[in-house]
Design a protein around this ligand. Structure first.
Ligand code: PLP
Length: 421
């Protein structure tokens, strides 16, 4: 298909004054490689936006969508209605999730919908159990919880939050790495006012920060002691990216809620999920209850998206891709470790699944154009990356990446960093 020059499409996060007419139009992909409309191949170090975990060109996922749409394109699930792929998917997610008595709300748009659903659900839960004053939600600096109202309000990246504030009220923030600060915040607010703590087990878009040793165990224990709901935002980490089905299993979190999206369908169609543990579900599910969670979207539980997600989970299981991530974790970590010796690099973070970041030295980021020039230099060498929080290069490849492709990513980053640094 001939590419219409993009004079009309307003890209997310783009300076359209500079981009219009110059976008890179991606037309296809296979494995960990995508192709643009000029026929150039790029190794995708990002799995698009942390989601294309099974790689590109999986026609069986397209067939799953086509088969489902031929039978039932979509039908709403408000109040009475249901569909078989969504029912099967919720059952499958409950089997995989490390939670007891779980129930699943499927969301249509991805992680932001899941986070906003979870934000409303924790508040609705406390009202339902007779503690209506527990409404404050606490999140962390560097956090990214998506772009809808709750997610934007909970975000810890000022550039993404400040232009839109104030949005959702009764939201507090604590430093990302300090359990004592969480405890202090709960005590200052009064625990009877605190609804939930939202936590990415590995911070993603804020710059890939694996949890400091002991951090997650401490904050989990603090939440339990103060009866604050623990919400694990696993939009990136869910469905295998840290070498287990969920980071909550790897770090033994036993969360009250999990938010998930991306890897659930590997992005072949958009879909997200809120997985509610038995405690949160109970007031809404018990026989005779009058409590109704009055929330949902036109395309909640979309059958085609659910069918694709089921096919995606089948594929991950059949090809043992979660174990593959665990195998590749040290391969990626040792491939990127030498980049830390470059003068243009201040830190390399890796070692938790297929996630890494290369943080640029302050001398580099002092020039506001340097980061984007670096992203471009890497793309000119045939690898797609991007800058997180203006300071760190992301690495989050598809699970099907080969060891030699991981080596190539590290080599190209090193080459571009040396040429610009
Ligand atoms: C941890 C986390 N939560 C929520 C979101 C929002 O997801 P989406 O962009 O699919 O709406 C993201 C997206 O990157 C994320 O990383």
């Amino acid at each position: 298909m001939e590419s219409p020059s993009n004079q009309y499409m307003w890209n997310p996060f783009a300076n359209m004054g500079a981009l219009a007419g110059n976008a890179v139009t991606i037309v296809g992909g296979v494995g960990s490689t995508v192709f643009d409309s000029a026929g150039r191949a790029y190794l995708d170090a990002l799995a698009s936006l942390w989601y294309c975990n099974v790689g590109y060109g999986r026609t069986e996922l397209a067939q799953a969508a086509a088969a489902q749409m031929s039978e039932l394109s979509a039908f709403q699930t408000f109040e009475f209605f249901s569909n078989q792929p969504a029912e099967a998917l919720c059952r499958r997610i409950c089997d995989l999730a490390p939670m007891h008595g779980a129930k699943v709300l499927l969301t249509p748009g991805g992680g932001s919908d899941a986070v906003d659903t979870a934000g409303k659900l924790v508040r609705a839960y406390w009202r339902a159990v007779g503690q209506p004053n527990r409404q404050v939600i606490i999140s962390r600096s560097h956090a990214y919880h998506g772009m809808n109202a709750y997610g934007t309000s909970l975000g810890g990246i000022p550039l993404l939050t400040e232009p839109f504030a104030p949005l959702v009220g009764q939201v507090e923030q604590v430093p990302w790495d300090d359990p004592a600060a969480l405890e202090k915040a709960i005590e200052m607010l009064g625990e009877a006012r605190v609804a939930a703590f939202f936590c990415e087990p590995v911070i993603g878009a804020g710059g890939v920060y694996p949890p400091p040793p002991g951090y997650l165990a401490s904050v989990r224990e603090i939440c339990r002691r103060h009866d604050v709901l623990f919400v694990a935002d696993e939009v990136i980490t869910g469905f295998g990216r840290v070498g287990e089905w969920f980071a909550s299993a790897r770090f033994d979190l036993d969360p009250d809620l999990i938010t998930a999206a991306k890897g659930l369908s590997s992005g072949y169609l958009p879909i997200g999920a809120v997985i509610a543990g038995g405690r949160v579900a109970e007031p809404f599910w018990r026989a005779g209850t009058t409590e109704v969670f009055r929330h949902g979207y036109t395309y909640s539980s979309h059958p085609a998206a659910a069918a694709v997600a089921l096919a995606n989970l089948d594929l991950i299981e059949r090809e043992h891709l979660v174990a593959r991530v665990a195998e590749l974790e040290p391969v990626l970590a040792s491939a990127v470790a030498p980049l830390a010796d470059l003068p243009s690099v201040s830190a390399v973070r890796a070692g938790t699944g297929l996630l890494a970041a290369v943080e640029l030295a302050p001398e580099m980021t002092a020039d506001p154009t340097a980061g984007q020039r670096l992203v471009l230099a890497i793309r000119e060498r045939g690898v797609i990356t991007r800058l997180l929080r203006g300071v760190a290069l992301q690495i989050s490849p598809p699970f099907v990446i080969t060891e030699s492709e991981i080596g190539r990513i590290a080599e190209v980053y090193g080459d571009a960093l040396s040429s610009l640094g």
